[in-house]
Design a protein around this ligand. Structure first.
Ligand code: AMP
Length: 113
């Protein structure tokens, strides 16, 4: 079971900001921006965004829509959506998730700092 599945099952605590039938979102425990949320499908069938796009593109589209709604609710509506894909790109949890970063982001940066 992934750490995110443990959060979904309420086995470990998280600051959950959104939940629907197929998606959950909560604050990243180590925020890299004033708003740093993780948008996570409840299924752990997909390790990364490439697998998700191939296997369930509608669920990927739902994640993007949730990210947009949460950025509007918790910041000014503009946001950066990051899918780290592979360990060498910084992925540490192999249960697909989108980082939603917003609020006071530095201009032009592609990183999470
Ligand atoms: P990644 O490195 O792209 O796989 O992202 C994993 C993210 O999960 C990191 O930004 C971590 O800070 C975050 N994270 C790990 N454990 C937890 C947790 N228990 N609650 C909230 N966020 C977490």
């Amino acid at each position: 079971m992934s750490i995110f599945s443990s959060i979904i099952a309420r086995e470990i605590p998280a600051d959950i900001v959104f939940e629907s039938e197929r998606i959950i979102a909560f604050r990243d425990i180590a925020p890299r921006a004033p708003l740093h949320l993780l948008v996570v499908p409840k299924t752990e069938a997909y390790a990364n965004v490439v697998e998700l796009a191939a296997g369930d593109p509608a669920l990927l589209a739902e994640m993007v829509a949730v990210g947009r709604e949460l950025a509007a609710e918790h910041a000014d509506g503009d946001f950066r959506l990051i899918f780290n894909t592979g360990a060498n790109a910084g992925q540490s949890v192999f249960h697909v998730h989108a980082h939603v970063l917003a609020g006071g982001l530095s201009e032009g940066s592609l990183g999470q700092e």
